[in-house]
Design a protein around this ligand. Structure first.
Ligand code: MD3
Ligand code: FE
Length: 201
């Protein structure tokens, strides 16, 4: 399906690739543990836990949202992006360069994500590529103005979404995750990986 630059590839990643990605993440979180981001100013915690892979990672705390080269708690560089992730990027992004950041969002319990825009990157010419693993989620997206009309899409394990063109700056979020809809993660829940370009070339 195609909605102003949103491209959804249901089931693009087979079970073996999904398992390979999860195994890579299990190794990565040993070096870069999941952390709970805080909302700027209020310090209210996100319900999602996060970490990053790649040369840059997205973090949020009372000081604001930003990309940085190191983990906010350990001070160490983020782990490298596994080859399997780069393959997905090159398969769907139509972008010549490599992704610089992979934000890992881990949804458990009632975790969700409110409507927001991704605009902490300097360069919006590259798409954002999203990979869903584990339980199915209800993804909501709208236009580039807050308060406009929205549509929803269910994202299942192995689905890939590419947000390019006009959709790159659309409002989007995760309304809910349907527990028990996937057997990929033994403890349940959902992982979303977003591959991004951050800096201008
Ligand atoms: C639309 N993640 O990490 S992925 C995020 O499922 C984020 O965890 C959600 O929103 C998740 O910022 C949604 C789909 C997605 C990702 C990036 C986008 C949609 C997007 C960037 C621009 C527009
Ligand atoms: Fe987002």
């Amino acid at each position: 399906m195609n909605y102003d630059g949103v491209r959804h590839f249901p089931g693009l990643l087979d079970r073996t690739v999904q398992e390979t990605l999860v195994e890579g993440l299990r190794e990565a979180v040993k070096q870069a543990p999941l952390f709970v981001p805080l909302m700027p100013r209020t310090g209210r915690p996100f319900s999602v836990r996060m970490t990053n892979l790649g040369v840059l990672g997205w973090v949020s705390d009372r000081a604001g949202y930003r990309y940085q080269a190191t983990h906010p708690e350990t001070g160490k560089p983020w782990p490298p992006m596994p080859e399997a992730l780069l393959e997905v990027w090159h398969k769907v992004s139509s972008f010549a360069g490599e992704p610089e950041a992979c934000l890992v969002n881990f949804y458990q319990g009632g975790a969700k994500m409110g409507l927001h825009q991704d605009k902490d990157e300097e360069d919006f010419s590259a798409p954002v590529v999203s990979i869903s693993l584990g339980d199915t989620a209800l993804f909501r997206f709208g236009g580039t103005e807050r308060g406009g009309k929205t549509a929803t899409l269910k994202l299942a394990s192995g689905d890939v979404v590419v947000m390019g063109g006009k959709s790159r700056l659309c409002f989007h979020g995760i309304d809910r995750v349907y527990s028990g809809t996937s057997t990929l993660l033994k403890e349940g829940g959902r992982i979303n990986l977003t591959l991004r370009r951050v800096r201008k070339p």
